[in-house]
Design a protein around this ligand. Structure first.
Ligand code: GLA
Length: 355
């Protein structure tokens, strides 16, 4: 296992941003920067052993600062939307920064994806890791309590990637941390041919502004049924009110075995390259976003223009708008408790089978 660290750029105020790269002997590598704890590159072999970068992003810090719809970033303090930028907790109303029409999306105007984290890297014979830490001040973007956050990316000799989140607070606050990597297992083009399996039988319908209605709806008989593999593009433009509302897939699935990190939350296969990805998690929900808002206006790594649906996100998380949704599991972290969540990404190819 190998770990290296290099200068990546400077923040507008002059603070340096570093890039940490973890490498496994079998050609899997992951790079992440201290801005947003952002995963900037993830290289995995295709079925013929050729390595390729399977995540969207930028070559330079400038791209991340000015043209990034959360490419590869950690999102928080609360991933997903909070309706009308407010919630009531323990009898007190909190008002948040609104950055998605009237709503708060992904932590507000300056969420965890836009702050500088501290990084510490380490390696053993079997694992390389980098731990990012960030202290979110009391009142940041309107959220109560000082929140200390820690996110660790690990890469092991089997080429498996782990993402572990931890947070503690000094006042009760909602917490929902996830990873917003856009995958494209082909390394270019769109993801409409990627075959997706989500073995969950219920999803979260949303209103016209992508706020959950609060219900869980069976996927059976709808374009949301991925219990058997379907190409992402096969039904994405179907005349379904839920797909219309969100411009494609941008919904959460309620996982069947919340907390069981052995269960598969999602599986993706790119028939062209043979690359496969399995996602496992302790989180209760999986937000599948099909990159509907990408529109060709962003030019990313190696001069690639990211057109509509050039990448897909599989965000393991709590339910969106949790603080306002009594029917959803509690997302409130209290002093003395430790918020924990873990996700695993396992890459393989359809020739090698699981690595
Ligand atoms: C999440 C949201 C989407 C979109 C993307 C980033 O997945 O649910 O609606 O905001 O992030 O553009």
């Amino acid at each position: 296992m190998h770990v290296s660290r290099a200068h990546f750029g400077r923040m507008p105020d002059g603070q340096p941003v570093d890039r940490i790269t973890l490498e496994a002997p079998d050609g899997v590598s992951l790079s992440a920067i201290t801005y947003g704890a952002t995963i900037t590159a993830l290289t995995v072999p295709d079925r013929d052993g050729r390595p390729g970068d399977v995540v969207l992003g930028h070559d330079t810090l400038d791209g991340y600062l000015h043209a990034s719809p959360y490419f590869g970033a950690v999102v928080g303090r609360y991933a997903g939307r909070i309706a009308h930028a407010r919630f009531t907790l323990d009898g007190r109303e909190h008002r948040l920064a609104a950055n998605d029409g009237p709503h708060t999306l992904h932590g507000g105007r300056r969420g965890f994806d836009k702050v500088l984290w501290t990084a510490e890297a380490a390696r053993t014979d079997t694992e390389a890791r980098v731990t990012f830490t960030y202290r979110s001040p009391d009142g940041e973007e309107g959220f109560p309590g000082t929140l200390d956050v820690r996110v660790t990316y690990t890469l092991d000799t089997a080429g498996r990637i782990g993402i572990a989140y931890e947070a503690v607070t000094d006042r009760a606050t909602p917490v929902n941390l996830t990873q917003h990597t856009y995958f494209n297992l082909a390394g270019a083009g769109d993801i409409l041919g990627h075959e997706l399996t989500i073995p969950a039988t219920r999803f979260v319908p949303v209103d016209a502004t992508i706020i959950p209605t609060g219900a869980l709806r069976p996927v059976a008989g709808t374009p949301f049924d991925f219990t058997a593999a379907h190409a992402v593009g096969a039904r994405i433009d179907a005349a379904d009110p839920q797909l219309r509302a969100a411009g494609g897939y941008d919904h959460a699935w309620a996982l069947e075995a919340p907390g069981d990190e052995r269960a598969i939350a999602a599986r993706v296969r790119d028939p062209g390259s043979g690359r496969t990805l399995e996602v496992r998690t302790t989180a209760p929900a999986l937000q599948f976003y099909a990159g509907n808002f990408l529109d060709g206006s962003i030019t990313g790594k190696r001069g690639q223009r990211y057109g509509r649906r050039a990448g897909l996100c599989l965000e393991t998380q709590q339910f969106a708008d949790g603080p306002n949704q009594p029917a959803f599991p509690s997302c409130i972290l209290r002093p003395g408790e430790r918020w924990r969540s873990r996700t695993w990404w396992t890459f393989a190819t359809d020739r090698t089978g699981p690595r």
